[in-house]
Design a binder for this molecule. Structure first.
Ligand code: AP5
Length: 234
């Protein structure tokens, strides 16, 4: 029997743990991880005009214009691997116009996961975040430290986590950058949530990454089981 592949969206404030949970979800469920932020960073790395424009918004913690983001996400969702394996959409939609566009293209998620984390914890997570440029894995100096010295030596920080120009005082400049992203998130979150009321599941994100994943895993297994029970198997 060929069940249709899972289609999931994950949302949450900056540094709420979306990327971290996506690693765990894709490991177990084999979905294609599509991160709007990663697509934009790849566009920046390519040196394109869109990339240059996107970077200006990202540095300020603002939403990149729909003209750039919407087609980028649509194209990735339409690719064969996403269609065959199912997808896990991370960081999109972030406004009602993006949600409307997604619907218009015929992409209807099965589940909308929302990670809830108190604001003081978010800042601490941003400050300690590091990335491995070789594997793409997300680390945290305190909560998910690198496994080896070799990895530790090559870890980098995201440009919008640091914002060097803002202040000579490191901790202060971190906070400014993260707070701007948080402000943008808070301005838009209710618009998006209201469009997915019927498929939303709220997850307590202020726990270890394993405990957060356990909540998501339970929800996904239940959903798959329900599907199996209701769909006529052939
Ligand atoms: P994006 O890249 O999506 O960034 P974000 O939303 O700010 O989220 P982050 O990637 O910062 O955090 P995360 O939730 O993935 O947390 P992570 O797992 O890394 O977007 C960047 C920018 O691109 C936006 O500001 C915007 O300008 C633009 N953009 C993106 N999408 C757009 C769209 N749709 N439209 C327009 N513009 C768009 O975890 C954070 C840290 O915490 C890590 O160090 C991790 O190890 C640690 N951690 C994770 N979980 C736990 C835990 N349970 N306990 C302890 N530590 C943990």
């Amino acid at each position: 029997k060929a069940e249709p592949p899972l289609k999931i969206m994950i949302s949450g404030a900056p540094a709420s743990g979306k990327g971290t949970q996506c690693e765990l979800i894709t490991q177990k469920y084999g979905l294609v991880h599509i991160s709007a932020g990663d697509l934009l960073r790849a566009e920046i790395a390519s040196g394109s005009e869109n990339g240059k424009l996107a970077k200006e918004y990202m540095e300020k913690g603002q939403l990149v214009p729909d003209e750039i983001v919407v087609m980028m996400v649509k194209d990735r969702l339409s690719q064969t691997d996403s269609q065959q394996k199912g997808w896990l959409l991370d960081g999109y939609p972030r406004s009602s116009s993006q949600a409307t566009a997604l619907k218009g293209f015929g992409f209807q998620p099965d589940l909308f996961i929302v990670l809830e984390v108190p604001e003081d914890i978010l800042i601490e997570r941003v400050v300690g975040r590091r990335l491995d440029p070789v594997t793409g894995k997300i680390y945290h100096l305190k909560y998910s430290p690198p496994e080896t010295e070799e990895i530790s030596a090559r870890l980098t920080q995201r440009f919008d986590d640091t914002e060097e120009k803002a202040s000579p005082y490191e901790t202060l400049s971190y906070s400014i950058s993260a707070k701007l992203r948080l402000k943008t998130h808070n301005q838009n979150v209710s618009d998006v949530l209201s469009m997915y009321d019927d498929i939303t599941i709220k997850i307590k994100g202020n726990r270890s990454k394993e405990e957060v994943f356990a909540q998501i895993d339970t929800a996904l297994s239940q959903m798959l089981q329900q599907r199996n029970n209701t769909s006529p198997s052939s």
